[in-house]
Design a protein around this ligand. Structure first.
Ligand SMILES: NC(=O)c1ccc[n+]([C@@H]2O[C@H](COP(=O)([O-])OP(=O)(O)OC[C@H]3O[C@@H](n4cnc5c(N)ncnc54)[C@H](O)[C@@H]3O)[C@@H](O)[C@H]2O)c1
Ligand SMILES: [Zn+2]
Length: 394
């Protein structure tokens, strides 16, 4: 029997104002200096203010760095590590979406280290935690606050690469819905569908196991039942809070299982065409699940049983179809583009996409169906050719 492992942050807090738990950490560990990592959008929206006030009131010397780019490249990370230099830090506190959280996790293993991010891209196993990290997500999506992954663009290859090492798991995750209150609907949509991808892919992955199934099924249930409500009504904080928990569960599922072909095929769309991660996944989600369906009917049916027990009378085949239809409906209701026409991707790019997507073996090897080059080509063609419109330049 395979050995499974559950890996979670040392402490996880959730609930309104749970960010106040920072006070306990400061007191218990005599924290004197903090580096706060965020991005300009979050800083501008005033989302970091309560954390800064808390740190100030606790007498912590805080330096704030907000030069994180959305969908960062490894060069962006190097730039930030250089900017931070030898600034004093007992802790890193990150307030942001997946971009900020991934960068902060990388800083936590790079600050003062003898190796570089280029070394980590080659040999992720050498990463060692240099500074502890507290992660506070502001999007309900990536689950990065739970995962051992950090994803960076590698422009030379036109692809994104996930650096994976348990040392990247944060020490503390704080799931406080107050931090997702101002998340714009467009970003909420992309991030929440990404979280649903994490749950569904992990549940149907070759690496799925008892631990990941527990978190993936519960995460999928929370997301299926709150995502449309959260998008339709920006004031529905309860739905956002449920998505925040669901996306955290998706992150936990990733560390124990792994995502599959949706994420694999989306990496070149993010790396070369800079399509936001959640949008690229959403465009591919239904198509990949349809191709995978013959090999994952039972898993999709079990997910249907977990999330929609009222559909118990359906056959396994019908339950699998029900889940795929739900996915398609969610992407439509959340007004995410259904194809690549608005992102400058053309038919002439097909060979690059197929080549680059087929090369993401770390994730494709998790896919229950061993996708052929023809199937991968058909998946990309189906999202290239569809002319259903949608928002441009998301
Ligand atoms: N490490 C992992 O396990 C993992 C998993 C999935 C995705 N990712 C990575 O995460 C990144 C995407 O993260 P994301 O989808 O969370 O988006 P993001 O972090 O790129 O943020 C998108 C935009 O939303 C703004 N924003 C974020 N929160 C806000 C808030 N509460 N209010 C107002 N504006 C807000 C940001 O300023 C930014 O402009 C990608 O680089 C992706 O590869 C990592
Ligand atoms: Zn993702």
């Amino acid at each position: 029997m395979a050995i499974n492992q559950l890996k979670v942050p040392g402490k996880v807090f959730s609930g309104n104002d749970s960010y106040l738990k920072l006070n306990d950490i400061i007191a218990a560990e005599a924290v004197k200096a903090v580096i706060l990592i965020t991005d300009k959008g979050i800083e501008g929206a005033g989302i970091t203010a309560p954390v800064l006030e808390l740190l100030d009131a606790a007498g912590v010397n805080t330096q704030i760095f907000y030069h994180v780019q959305a969908e960062p490249t490894y060069n962006d990370v190097t730039q930030l590590v250089n900017e931070i230099g030898d600034a004093a830090a007992d802790y890193i506190v990150a307030v942001g979406g997946g971009s900020v959280l991934d960068v902060a996790k990388l800083v936590s293993v790079l600050k003062g280290a003898s190796y570089s991010i280029e070394n980590l891209l080659e040999t992720p196993g050498i990463a060692k935690k240099q500074v502890k990290a507290v992660l506070i997500p502001t999007t309900c999506g990536t689950g990065s606050e739970a995962t051992c992954n950090a994803i960076v663009g590698v422009p030379e290859k036109g692809i994104k690469i996930g650096i994976v090492n348990d040392e990247l798991i944060p020490d503390v995750a704080i799931l406080d819905a107050g931090f997702v209150k101002k998340l714009p609907q467009k970003h909420l949509a992309a991030a929440a569908v990404d979280a649903l991808c994490h749950c569904v892919e992990c549940y149907t992955s070759n690496k799925a196991n008892a631990f990941s199934d527990l978190f993936a099924a519960e995460g999928a249930k929370l997301i299926f039942h709150n995502i449309r409500e959260a998008y339709a009504d920006a004031a529905n904080l309860d739905a956002r809070a449920q998505l925040l928990i669901g996306s955290f569960y998706g992150g936990v599922a990733i560390t124990s299982s792994g995502t599959t072909a949706v994420h694999a095929l989306s990496y070149p769309l993010g790396g070369e065409f800079h399509i936001p991660h959640g949008v690229a996944n959403a465009i591919l989600f239904e198509k990949v699940m349809r191709v995978n369906k013959p090999d994952i009917t039972n898993e999709l049916a079990a997910l249907c049983d977990a999330a929609y027990p009222q559909q118990a009378a359906l056959s396994a085949e019908e339950k699998a179809e029900f889940i795929i239809e739900e996915i398609a409906d969610i992407v439509k209701k959340l007004e995410i583009p259904a194809d690549l026409s608005g992102f400058g991707v053309q038919l002439k790019d097909l060979d690059f996409l197929v080549e680059a997507g087929s090369g993401v073996r770390r994730l494709l090897d998790n896919n229950k169906r061993a996708l052929t080059k023809e199937e991968i080509t058909d998946i990309y063609l189906s999202v290239l050719n569809e002319q259903t419109g949608g928002e441009e330049n998301e």
